[in-house]
Design a protein around this ligand. Structure first.
Ligand SMILES: NC(=O)c1ccc[n+]([C@@H]2O[C@H](COP(=O)([O-])OP(=O)(O)OC[C@H]3O[C@@H](n4cnc5c(N)ncnc54)[C@H](O)[C@@H]3O)[C@@H](O)[C@H]2O)c1
Length: 433
């Protein structure tokens, strides 16, 4: 089928590349000319395992091409046109729908024949209805609207695309649903066909629930630090209950990324605007904001004077196997340590360039650790899990502390090196005090 994908970020690029791999004829569109030039040359603009290979394959097959809107929207519209532009967090916590409105309005104005507009961007419940009445109803073309939220995880995006747990399709008419079922025919997953507002809500409810699980286990981990329990044993024992499940029960310094922080805030905002106080969600957000400060609080206690101490930040991306640094806990931790006068060296094997005032980015873990009084593991990259902690102790300054913000290290191996080990709910922090 002929498909256009508008927005070639983490979601749009994966969507376009994977649809082309499934045999569809895909045009990916972005306003960012540099991005389009790079992608057209076969180079991926993001780090996502397996993506670059599929990108090269798509271009070589002639089924995948890239364009900017300069070509003219009329010529870019396909029978199925996805919108996958960003919906970042506005300063009041709402989802900023500027890019979505710009694109939908341009498509509605340019269209001269029927097509199906598929919303892949995460947009708050009610948005589809508003877009339809504000832009699509007045269009001369008959435009079908489908809400098709995306659930892929960065770092596993390709696999998630082909092996998704479900495909959610929200539409007000069955014709649009039938077209989408045909598009996704090669993917073996249950289809949840519903109305637009319900599809939009499924996306936010899913992210809010996963965020809740993370904040919940982090609260239990914090309690473990007071009562002397071990969060790993607790999470294992809790997660084996099939009603609960073991995923998202990993304690640490909290969630980050381009989705959970903004989607929880946007859901809280939309609840408030509709006159509902979503108390549980507010707590989830508050717990997460507090959780990421743990390394700073603990190190400040361990080193009453952080001034001119070197601190190594291991990991800048919000999770491993992605270069995405959006809402990474590191971006909150670094300025606080810098304010205390610490000298901060940051190492990440893949993270995109980010503006990190007060810190110096270095290109090896050993450079980051040299002379450091403390290392904070912010991202559970394999490289840090497998690190030689005996050698780390040799290059760091005594008495050195390792703060394991992801509870991912072998605590005994770190302790055996002679360094202090701190974690979240693993080291009885508040019993020691
Ligand atoms: N990143 C994820 O893991 C993920 C997962 C599920 C859902 N989502 C949702 O998908 C949407 C996209 O997220 P992302 O992470 O891919 O964003 P992104 O910021 O990586 O990419 C958005 C792209 O849209 C382009 N763009 C902006 N305005 C445009 C316009 N007017 N015309 C054409 N292109 C335009 C930008 O240049 C950019 O390349 C968001 O709503 C997000 O919440 C993201």
């Amino acid at each position: 089928m002929k498909v256009t994908v508008i927005g070639t970020g983490y979601v749009g690029l994966v969507t376009g590349v994977c649809l082309a791999h499934s045999g569809h004829d895909v045009t990916c569109v972005d306003v960012d000319r540099a991005k389009i030039a790079t992608l057209s040359a076969g180079t991926s603009t993001i780090y996502e395992p397996g993506l670059e290979e599929l990108l090269a394959e798509g271009i070589a097959s002639g089924r995948l091409r890239f364009a900017t809107p300069d070509v003219g929207w009329k010529d870019l519209i396909s029978d199925i046109t996805f919108v996958a532009v960003g919906t970042p967090m506005a300063s009041n916590g709402a989802a900023d729908l500027t890019a979505v409105r710009t694109v939908v309005s341009a498509l509605a104005e340019a269209a001269d024949r029927p097509f199906t507009l598929v919303m892949k961007s995460t947009v708050p419940p009610g948005t589809g209805g508003t877009l339809a009445s504000r832009f699509l109803a007045s269009s001369e073309a008959n435009i079908g609207y489908v809400s098709n939220p995306e659930f892929l995880r960065e770092g596993h995006a390709i696999d998630d695309w082909y092996h998704t747990d479900r495909i959610v399709l929200g539409a007000e008419n069955t014709a649009a649903l039938d077209i989408m079922r045909e598009l996704y025919a090669s993917i073996d997953a249950p289809v949840v066909a519903t109305d637009v507002a319900s599809a939009e809500t499924i996306k936010y409810a899913s992210n809010a629930f996963l965020s809740t699980k993370i904040s919940f286990i982090n609260e239990i981990a914090n309690l473990c630090d007071y009562v002397g329990a071990d969060i790993d044993a607790v999470a294992n024992g809790v997660g084996l209950d099939t009603r609960i499940g073991s995923q998202f029960l990993k304690a640490g310094i909290g969630y980050g990324g381009s989705c959970f922080p903004k989607d929880t805030r946007a859901l809280d905002f939309i609840a408030t605007m509709n006159g509902y106080q979503f108390t549980l969600l507010k707590s989830v957000i508050e717990v997460n904001n507090r959780q990421r400060l743990q390394p700073v609080v603990r190190l400040a206690r361990a080193f009453p004077d952080l001034h001119e101490r070197t601190i190594a930040i291991l990991g800048l991306s919000f999770k491993p196997n992605t270069d995405d640094v959006r809402e990474s806990p590191a971006l909150d931790i670094i300025p606080l340590l810098a304010e205390e006068g610490a000298r901060i060296l940051v190492y990440d094997p893949r993270a995109a360039e980010a503006d990190i005032p007060g810190a110096l980015r270095v290109d090896s873990v050993w450079t980051a650790l040299a002379g450091a009084s403390a290392a904070i593991v912010v991202t559970e990259w394999r490289e840090f899990i497998d690190l030689d902690w005996v050698h780390a102790k040799e290059v760091m300054t005594d008495p050195a502390i390792v703060f394991d913000g992801r509870n991912c290290l072998d605590a005994n191996a770190v302790r055996a090196s002679g360094m202090s080990y701190m974690a979240v709910g693993r080291d009885g922090a508040h019993r020691e005090a």
